[in-house]
Design a protein around this ligand. Structure first.
Ligand SMILES: Cc1cc2nc3c(=O)[nH]c(=O)nc-3n(C[C@H](O)[C@H](O)[C@H](O)COP(=O)(O)OP(=O)(O)OC[C@H]3O[C@@H](n4cnc5c(N)ncnc54)[C@H](O)[C@@H]3O)c2cc1C
Length: 684
């Protein structure tokens, strides 16, 4: 204990010295609760000299100081006073700056692991579902009339090409002219109020409570973004995407997995997703803390039903994701070459004996023999060249793992270029951060969804996520992967991962999306000269989405029919497309899967397509809203993207506007202008 206190004291000094300069590196001291501002100056310098031990220590400290979520959400439990929660949250803010605390406190924290029980209404309401999603009352019964007027106003602005095009500039000018206070009030009355739930975990509680009382659950996303110039974004990306040993390209290097300055600003033509740019290890550490705070908030507010969204690019150096992605794709290619160029991992018929025979014919190489001894195959005969599970072990060494015998020379060769020890350590840090997050999610009994990002990161993100699923989804789906159905390979990827989950007996969780990076993907593929990874048309993407969803449902049905746990496969239909939502509902009915099976859920963004989410939740379907939150000034880039995205979906906006007008008129005629939303629903 004394030892811990002494390290704590050192850590306190470090953090306070950082905050004196105006920026803290560890989510502590002067930093605003949950703030995600870029780390600069002293903090950056401090972070560069951080050893692994320090980072590990900060994680341990964080875990030991976790505030129990019940205190944050007492109004839902009806047990504690709000003042207590505020204090609890403040104490969480300074967690990393204080001494670890006494045993009494830690026993309180350990009590936090007991999941809270909700106050359930005696006769919860449930409505029939109009699958044409044309019922304005069902769409907006959770909204005050003022909120409807505000939504209408926001959509009107989003329909104006000129306003949307210059929205970021306009917001900055308004900020300067009005001053921060007035500007904040203006934003809260318009865009911010419509698209963002509040500044922090406390301020979003009323929104979460209201959603819950109308049958809708949250996916929390702390949406603070750095407002970097293109130049700064490119600089950071290029620096963090190349190893200190240089950008070594092997003979069979794949251009897509190497950074290119012209596409280094990953925000290029991306409206519906947020982008992290790597600064240093301390920033990643702080991002981890933010994700953990989201988990705690979601745990308290939703009684185990909520979700937190995670982006892997927030947790580590992109270079490592690029390198791992390349090695995964080169391994696949290697296997294809070995088994004759055709089929995927599920259909090849080579055995370990075949490999042994082949390499014996090339000579007597001890290293190759040792390698082959470690190759395993599963009960269906599928070869596993590497113990992939090793990559999520916190002591994995990428450079050592990915070596294979060369089929031409019979000598061992690397599939990954040599990674300097410091960068290997950074990879382990990234994995440790993710492990910490997932462990916390498991302890708090909430789920995490790992977002899908650009295709040049995606093989690594998907592989790491799958291994996390294997590790943590043993009794239920804690970790969800995301599959982008605009990719030509989407169906194959999902099918392969479903098969792995089945064979290795873990719970498979997936969010299906169309995908947010289409234009960038296409432009990059064309410029760098590799095949376009995106489906040729929107129709092909929709077909891919529906085919993939159908395959998941088919497998769920088989589980159900065999008397196995149908929840072994859990799918989120994350789409604003009502045809896709309808398709899912119809297929569920056709196949005999009910909302009560809790295997299919739906997700839309806060402030978008309420006419889909709320009727679904009120009818007893598992419905989620993606809930962004963060201080007004720091979510402006997020708001800017929302405006851009809405401009691109005019058809949906027109429907939303038509329904809003219908409901405002109806309330006016019925004298219900001061209608107070009060729901009696319980999310499934
Ligand atoms: C809860 C939630 C979570 C999300 N998480 C992620 C995530 O982790 N990663 C991610 O990438 N996206 C994510 N998205 C965004 C999503 O991928 C889409 O960009 C967005 O939802 C629009 O697709 P849609 O199905 O809602 O609507 P639609 O309007 O039906 O589809 C529009 C999308 O279809 C695609 N498309 C359009 N035209 C074509 C064409 N010619 N060829 C091929 N495709 C075309 C484009 O990607 C376009 O954005 C998420 C969305 C939600 C609601």
């Amino acid at each position: 204990m004394a030892f811990l206190r002494s390290i704590c004291a050192q850590r306190t000094n470090l953090v306070y010295s950082c905050s004196v300069s105006g920026s803290s590196s560890l989510g502590a001291g002067k930093r605003q609760f949950g703030s995600n501002k870029p780390t600069t100056g002293v903090a950056a310098a401090a972070s560069n000299s951080w050893s692994n031990d320090e980072l590990n220590y900060s994680t341990a400290l964080y875990q030991s100081k976790r505030v129990f979520p019940q205190t944050l959400f007492a109004s839902i439990y009806g047990q504690q006073q709000r003042g207590v929660h505020t204090n609890a949250t403040k104490s969480q803010t300074v967690a990393a700056t204080q001494t670890i605390g006494d045993e009494q406190k830690s026993s309180v924290y350990s009590k936090s692991r007991t999941p809270p029980t909700p106050n359930v209404p005696e006769n919860p309401q449930r409505d029939p579902l109009d699958v044409s999603f044309n019922d304005p009352v069902a769409a907006f019964k959770s909204k005050t009339t003022w909120e409807l007027v505000r939504a209408y106003l926001v959509y009107m602005i989003c329909s104006s090409e000129k306003l949307v095009e210059h929205n970021m500039k306009l917001m900055k000018v308004a900020n300067t002219i009005l001053g921060e206070k007035l500007f904040t009030a203006l934003m809260k009355a318009t865009f911010y109020g419509h698209f963002v739930a509040g500044e922090d975990q406390i301020k979003i509680i009323p929104t979460l409570e209201r959603l819950r009382s109308f049958g809708v659950k949250p996916i929390l996303d702390y949406s603070v973004e750095e407002d970097l110039s293109q130049e700064e974004a490119e600089k950071r990306e290029v620096e963090s995407s190349v190893s200190s040993a240089g950008d070594v390209k092997e003979d069979d290097a794949m251009p897509q997995y190497h950074v290119d300055k012209s596409f280094a600003d990953r925000r290029y033509k991306v409206n519906s997703a947020r982008t992290y740019f790597y600064l240093n290890e301390a920033t990643c550490e702080r991002n981890m803390e933010t994700f953990i705070k989201c988990l705690e908030a979601v745990s308290g507010a939703t009684f185990g039903t909520g979700i937190t969204a995670i982006k892997l690019t927030a947790l580590g150096r992109p270079q490592l994701l690029l390198q791992l992605s390349e090695v995964i794709m080169r391994t696949r290619k290697y296997m294809e070459d070995m088994v004759g160029g055709q089929g995927n991992v599920l259909t090849h018929h080579k055995t370990i004996k075949d490999l042994e025979k082949y390499y014996a014919s090339l000579g007597d190489n001890k290293n190759v023999q040792d390698f082959l001894k470690n190759v395993t195959s599963d009960k269906e005969g599928i070869l596993h060249l590497f113990p992939w599970s090793g990559i999520v072990d916190e002591d994995s060494q990428l450079s050592d793992t990915f070596r294979v015998p060369d089929p031409k020379t019979g000598q061992m060769r690397r599939l990954i270029s040599q990674i300097p020890p410091k960068e290997e350590e950074m990879f382990r840090n990234m994995i440790r951060r993710l492990n910490t997050i997932v462990k916390t999610a498991a302890e708090l009994d909430v789920r995490i969804m790992i977002d899908a990002e650009q295709t040049y990161f995606q093989p690594a993100i998907s592989r790491i996520t799958l291994e996390m699923m294997r590790k943590y989804n043993k009794e239920k789906a804690i970790v969800f992967n995301t599959y982008q159905c605009y990719l030509r390979e989407a169906f194959r990827e999902v099918n392969t991962d479903l098969e792995q989950a089945k064979r290795q007996d873990f719970y498979f969780g997936a969010k299906l999306v169309r995908g947010a990076y289409m234009e960038q993907e296409r432009a990059r593929a064309q410029a760098l000269g590799y095949p376009d990874p995106v489906n040729p048309s929107y129709e092909a993407t929709t077909e891919m989405y529906h085919k993939t969803l159908t395959e998941c449902l088919r497998r769920i049905k088989i589980l159900k029919d065999n008397g196995e746990d149908a929840k072994k496969i859990g799918i989120m239909v994350a789409s604003h497309n009502e045809d896709t939502v309808r398709y899912a509902i119809e297929k569920m009915k056709e196949i005999g899967i009910s909302p009560e099976d809790k295997v299919i859920c739906f997700g839309q963004l806060l402030g978008m397509c309420d006419y889909i989410t709320f009727p679904l939740g009120q009818a007893g379907y598992s419905a989620y809203k993606y809930i962004p939150y963060g201080p007004v000034q720091e979510v402006l880039p997020y708001l800017s993207r929302r405006a851009q995205e809405n401009k691109g979906v005019l058809k949906k906006i027109q429907k939303e506007k038509r329904l809003l007008l219908a409901e405002i008129r109806r309330r006016l005629m019925r004298g219900q202008l001061f209608y107070k939303p009060k729901g009696n629903y319980v999310p499934i």
